[in-house]
Design a protein around this ligand. Structure first.
Ligand SMILES: Cc1ncc(COP(=O)(O)O)c(C=O)c1O
Length: 471
């Protein structure tokens, strides 16, 4: 029997849990996100009740390595007493006040701190409660910005195939995963897809050289802007490392060219760093890792290490400037955006980053993580190991030489029918995903060291070896 699937993925199913009567009737009233709810009629929901450091425990007391940091969130690890204390103290002092025409000290201090950390002139911080709201904010800022500077036709967005930018209708419109979109069409008009930076699946004519591939992929953005009409395009949304599809890193020169294209056609470059900010790649922001200057960064997740919800769009002086004149207002906001408790814990989280040198830890160990995961190349099912920092995808293939993919039916049977449940059974919480090709993803906590990498590798090896025999 396989155990519950930890994928948190729209297309994932959960395994049988006869030996683990977790969850009971948890699904009777609780509507799980991105889940096939009918499946829970016959199998219980996995219920995680406790976390400490890099580990989590279910309601049966079984321990798992959390190799996904919750959902690319828990940078500093579970169970940090000091973060809980800061939240309690802030709740006692001022549990809630909005930042609609008022301010409170923790929002002011956090905005100052993010502005100081963010690259270049990204100096204005607009808080939200999560990533999709930050993405919505960025698109709306871009649209209004162009109206304010006398280019009212510029409203469209270019984004990349298979990229995930959130589920609210604007963010979903920017998202490039068709099955997540079709049930909700028509979505917000004016968003267009270009190829992503999946070098493993690069078109043949540029597949031999990363730099050439990068140039080709970036030039598709220019092509899209010209096809749509530069007077109609407001922004390009890209992640530093694209999550969906399995950690597509930018080829050398890619972002340099994207920046050049955005400058040529007066289009804003939005770096969606909901996953890649706050240390995931060993830098505070992903753009710093690859040396490019965005006009807006969208972020969330790791900002508080998940202790409380918070998102932030960080906007350049140039883009903010027209909003700072006369009676101009940005008519946009969220009741819980910049929540005092969330801002307090974000500040404490960033203090902890400094005190424990978490960025340094990622920088010192990222090669070790890569080398440890690359050991899996000796397995016939492992086609590609890719990623950066503490953020990796392992693509599974039917034939290593030809890079033949699994069919939908095979992916359903092997990935969802076996691998995800077996990983969980073996005490590894990570992510299996076939929104694009079939991948397993890991994103360990920023505190992780070789011992954690080895545990991940061994558990992955055990399950992937067995999976190969089931093909
Ligand atoms: C790149 C990116 N943008 C936006 C989002 C949406 O964030 P949220 O789920 O906090 O709304 C996500 C979520 O995973 C993401 O990975």
């Amino acid at each position: 029997m396989t155990s519950p699937n930890p994928t948190l993925d729209a297309t994932s199913d959960h395994g049988q849990t006869e030996d683990q009567p977790m969850g009971g009737n948890a699904a009777e009233h609780l509507w799980l996100h991105f889940s096939r709810m009918a499946g829970y009629a016959t199998k219980p929901v996995p219920v995680i009740e406790r976390g400490e450091g890099a580990y989590i425990w279910d309601t049966n007391g079984k321990k798992y390595l959390d190799a996904l940091s919750g959902l690319f969130v828990v940078q500093a690890g579970h169970g940090r007493e000091e973060l809980a204390e800061v939240m309690a103290a802030q709740a006692r002092k001022l549990a809630f006040f909005p930042i609609w025409s008022y301010a409170h000290p923790t929002a002011i201090e956090l905005a100052d701190r993010l502005a100081a950390e963010a690259p270049g002139d990204l100096n204005k911080v607009f808080f939200s409660t999560g990533g999709a709201e930050a993405v919505e904010t960025a698109w709306k800022v871009a649209k209004q910005y162009y109206k304010l500077i006398g280019k009212p036709g510029k409203h469209k967005v270019i984004s990349r195939a298979i990229a995930y930018h959130g589920t609210t209708q604007g963010a979903l419109s920017i998202t490039g995963v068709p099955p997540f979109k079709t049930p909700f069409e028509p979505l917000v008009p004016g968003s267009h897809r270009v190829p992503n930076t999946n070098f493993y699946r690069a078109p043949q004519h540029v597949g031999h050289d990363e730099k050439e591939f990068g140039r080709w992929a970036a030039d598709r953005i220019e092509e899209a802007i010209l096809a749509e009409g530069p007077d109609s395009v407001a922004a390009v949304f890209v992640e530093p490392v694209q999550n969906a599809g399995g950690c597509f890193v930018p080829p050398p020169g890619y972002f340099e060219r994207v920046r050049e294209i955005c400058d040529t056609y007066d289009v804003l470059l939005v770096s969606d760093e909901v996953i890649c900010a706050y240390g995931r790649l060993g830098t505070m922001f992903g753009a710093q890792k690859y040396g490019y200057q965005p006009d807006i960064i969208t972020s969330a997740k790791g900002l508080t290490s998940g202790y409380s919800p918070l998102g932030a769009a960080i906007i350049s002086d140039r883009v903010f400037e027209p909003f700072n004149s006369g009676n101009t207002t940005f008519p946009h906001g969220y009741t819980f955006g910049g929540h005092p408790v969330s801002c307090a814990v974000a500040l404490a989280n960033l203090d902890l980053f400094e005190r424990e040198d978490l960025l340094g830890n990622v920088q010192r160990n990222e090669n070790a993580l890569r080398q440890t995961l690359e050991k899996l190349y000796d397995l016939p099912i492992v086609g590609d190991v890719r990623g950066d920092g503490y953020f990796y995808g392992i693509e599974l293939v039917k034939d290593k030489n030809s890079k033949e993919r699994f069919t939908r039916e095979e992916s359903e049977r092997i990935l969802r029918g076996y691998i995800s449940g077996a990983l969980y059974d073996n005490g590894l919480y990570c992510r299996t995903d076939d929104r694009g090709d079939t991948v397993v993803q890991v994103a360990p906590m920023l505190t992780s060291d070789q011992a954690i990498f080895d545990e991940m590798e061994q558990k992955l090896r055990f399950v992937l070896e067995k999976a190969w025999t089931l093909i």
